[in-house]
Design a protein around this ligand. Structure first.
Ligand code: GLV
Ligand code: GLV
Length: 338
């Protein structure tokens, strides 16, 4: 059976595929995003295709692959690059990589909250040409203090990564957790109370965007990308945030209106932002409004970039692919109802 792999996934994982006695494995030979033309030329007859976020999984690719195709496996937790209804229509299974990256992305979310609040953008740029002065570079403190003993975390989207981030915030003195969720899911205060008890915070409460903006000391953007969440963080939301608050985006750039956030930072509507994902990536340069915005720390989409996690993701993606090809249960198949 033929499989097409859109990137060399390294020595920990590739031998499982390359040494598989029943697979003919075709791998994009370069260390760059797989060329679309190459993919479409190699897809015909494939039983499985392993993709990354950069590959559009749409009718064009599925048509090119043809009726042998049983599974598409992405090495990512996000799947807005894949047309899930189109896959379902054709009975092609779809694997992704939840859970294995939860801790790494939660770690980075905390790191960005700290970096944004302590203005590491300016402080690292200016060093060593600075004169120490008592209130230079002072930002809001992430941890609670004797004079302000409570902290409120706000989450746009409250899934696995958000909850792992909440767990990490508790030792910083966060006592309150507010979140927004997809309007089509009903509120569940009993489940919220259980989550509050699990992490030892006073409250976990679903709110609307306005209350989230007004009450949160840190807002974490952790909902999926796609049309339903496009620019959910807009000028109206940013205007309502506390002047001392920070915004952290470790999900997708499309959730945040970049021009609005840049304006908000220039005008001081909030203190700072920590951004791992920007609109338009990977085609961005130093003229991106968020790269030029003050107190905005921008990272190149490294949320899951620890050695352990990337090996975990690649391993899971390969296991999804192989199990899908041979009709066995996949360790992480996306169910179509989502
Ligand atoms: C990373 O952004 C992912 O979706 O895995
Ligand atoms: C800081 O370095 C201090 O000694 O207060």
């Amino acid at each position: 059976r033929k499989v097409v792999v859109c990137r060399d996934l390294g020595p920990d994982v590739m031998p499982t595929l390359l040494n598989h006695p029943e697979l003919e494995v075709i791998v994009w030979p370069e260390n760059s995003s797989c060329d679309r033309k190459w993919l479409l030329e190699n897809a015909p007859g494939a039983s499985g295709i392993l993709v990354l976020l950069s590959e559009k999984v749409n009718a064009e690719l599925l048509d090119a692959a043809g009726p042998n195709l049983r599974v598409v496996s992405t090495m990512s937790v996000g799947y807005e690059h894949a047309d899930i209804p189109e896959l379902a229509k054709r009975g092609v299974k779809f694997g992704y990589t939840p859970d294995v990256l939860t801790d790494a992305v939660a770690d980075l979310s905390i790191m960005l909250a700290l970096m944004a609040g302590r203005n590491t953008k300016e402080t690292t740029e200016i060093w060593p040409n600075f004169v120490w002065s008592p209130f230079a570079f002072c930002g809001p403190q992430l941890s609670a203090t004797s004079t302000s003993p409570t902290r409120t975390a706000g989450f746009i989207g409250f899934g696995r990564i958000a909850q792992a981030t909440l767990a990490r915030l508790v030792p910083f003195g966060f006592t309150h957790c507010l979140y927004t969720a997809n309007p089509s899911t009903p509120p569940n205060p009993a489940a919220d109370a259980q989550v509050a008890a699990k992490y030892g915070v006073k409250e976990v409460r679903r709110v609307d965007m306005a209350e989230l903006a007004r009450e949160s000391d840190v807002v974490f953007v952790l909902a999926p990308g796609g049309s339903k969440t496009y620019h959910i963080v807009n000028e109206e939301f940013l205007k309502q945030m506390k002047k001392t608050a920070v915004l952290v985006n470790t999900s997708r750039g499309t959730l945040v209106d970049s021009d609005a956030l840049a304006k908000a930072l220039h005008e001081g509507w909030l203190y700072g932002a920590g951004i791992d994902v920007v609109e338009g990536e990977p085609n961005v340069d130093e003229n991106h409004p968020l790269v030029k915005a003050p107190r905005c720390v921008v990272l190149p989409h490294i949320g899951s970039a620890t050695t352990e996690t990337r090996i975990g993701m690649a391993t899971l993606a390969v296991n999804n692919l192989i199990n899908g090809i041979f009709g066995r249960p996949m360790p992480a198949e996306l169910s179509v109802s989502r």
